[in-house]
Structure formats: C-alpha cells, structure tokens
Write a protein that binds this ligand. Structure first.
Ligand SMILES: [Zn+2]
Length: 254
C-alpha cells in the first residue's frame, strides 16, 4: 500500500463544502494519508484550523495568496503574525508572485510576498510559494533570507531555476500539469532534477490531471501524478512514493 502526502491541496475551498470528509476518505483509500492545506486569505484561516483540528492528518499553512493581493490589507499581515502566535501550522503561505496579465498589481503582490518572507524568517517556518512567470524575482527575493526553506508549488520554471531553488534549500512540487503530453519543458525538468528535492501535490480543486481534465480535482488523484512521474523518470513507483513522502515529512516536520 502506498503512503503518500498531498503537499498542497485547498481542502478549505467551497468546492469541497458538500463532501469534504468523503474526499479525504477517498484519498485515504488510495494511500494518500496526509494533506497540507495552504491558506490563501485571512477569512479562510478559521476554516482551515477547524478542518485540521478534526483531522490529525491534515496540516495547516496560513498565508495570503498573490491572486488576491487586491483584497488583502496591511492589517491582514499584522493578523497573520498574531494568528501564528496562537495557532499551529507547518508553513507560511501560500504566498508568492504571479506575473500573468490578468493578475493583481505587481507592486502589491511584492509587498505581501516580502512581508510573508519576513514572517517566515522570524518564525523559522518554511514557506509555500506560488510562482508563475516570476521565478527569477522569487529566486532574487528569497536570497535575502539565507536560512529560509520551503517549496515552490506546481513548479513551472526552467531546469536551471529549479537547480538554483534546490541549492537555496527549496523543494520543487509537481501536480497534474506534468500529466499533459504537451507540457514538454515541464516534464523534462521533472525527469531531470534530483528526486530528493521533489514533492507531490494535487492543488485540488484546481489543476486536474489529464484523466480528469475540466473536472474538480481532488487528493485521491495524486496517484496519477505519482504514476506519471514514475514513467517520466523511469524509476519504480514505490521508490518515488517513499522519497517524496520523506521529503514532505522533512520539510513540514510531519
Ligand atoms: Zn494553491
């Protein structure tokens, strides 16, 4: 039986309101035994805490997502520090930068990202980073904090950038995107970087694998990401399962 960790899934999102417990059970029946929920906005932290309190195998992160930079306030940053004083978590995030055209103002994104890097530095917690078309800037900014560790979720940068991130103490996390045949650069990078630096995630309910295109994604489908990585790397499924679980345990202290 597999023993996997979904290193990044948004179990707090509305998409799971009607069947959250069955989603977790379905994943467990496939050998996905632990789950890490990244926080995206202040108003969701309470729900994440409640989910984690009722499921010891679900782990919380608290943070402010770059998608929502237009919604966050300076007070949210203060509240995040207070929240971390009073609540357990395994990481800070999901924070980061998204430079696609339809995204929030970059200056605002940078402000919230830097503030959360500072909090991660002060608390000694790892950081969960979202980076789209922004990996150069992400690398530049995390270099300000040499002790910082973390993961770049749903990695989409180059091989060279991945190796720089690994040198800086970061893990590279892959989800459903690698299962698409046309994702050539992504798949080549996933097959070439060291297994000791790879995490598996679904990013559920978003980013479904090719078999579930256009459907709601859920942690049970993590097995498809594992199978795909095993084929791409030509390494046994069990070996990848064992090492990626060990990586997640090491990063999050779970
Ligand atoms: Zn996410």
């Amino acid at each position: 039986m597999l023993d996997l960790i979904d290193s990044h899934c948004h179990l707090d999102f509305d998409a799971f309101d009607s069947d959250r417990n069955s989603v977790i059970e379905r994943a467990r029946s496939k050998g996905i035994n632990q789950f890490v929920i990244p926080g995206v906005r202040h108003s969701n932290w309470g729900l994440i805490r409640a989910i984690c309190n009722s499921n010891t195998q679900v782990h919380a992160c608290y943070g402010l997502h770059p998608y929502l930079a237009g919604e966050h306030t300076d007070d949210d940053i203060l509240q995040l520090s207070h929240w971390l004083d009073n609540n357990d978590c395994v990481a800070i995030g999901e924070c980061g930068l998204d430079y696609r055209k339809d995204q929030a103002d970059q200056a605002l994104q940078l402000k919230f990202f830097n503030a959360q890097l500072e909090i991660a530095h002060v608390t000694g917690k790892p950081v969960v980073i979202h980076s789209v078309r922004a990996t150069e800037d992400v690398i530049h900014l995390i270099k300000n904090y040499p002790d910082l560790r973390g993961m770049v979720h749903s990695y989409s940068g180059s091989y060279e950038q991945a190796m720089q991130l690994i040198d800086l103490g970061f893990y590279i996390s892959y989800g459903g995107a690698i299962t698409y045949d046309n994702a050539r650069k992504l798949r080549a990078t996933a097959s070439d970087i060291p297994l000791g630096s790879i995490l598996l995630e679904t990013d559920a309910p978003d980013q479904p694998d090719a078999d579930h295109f256009n459907q709601r994604n859920e942690p049970a489908y993590l097995v498809n990401v594992l199978k795909c990585l095993s084929e791409l790397r030509d390494e046994p499924l069990e070996q990848i399962a064992r090492q990626t679980t060990k990586n997640a345990q090491e990063l999050f202290g779970i």
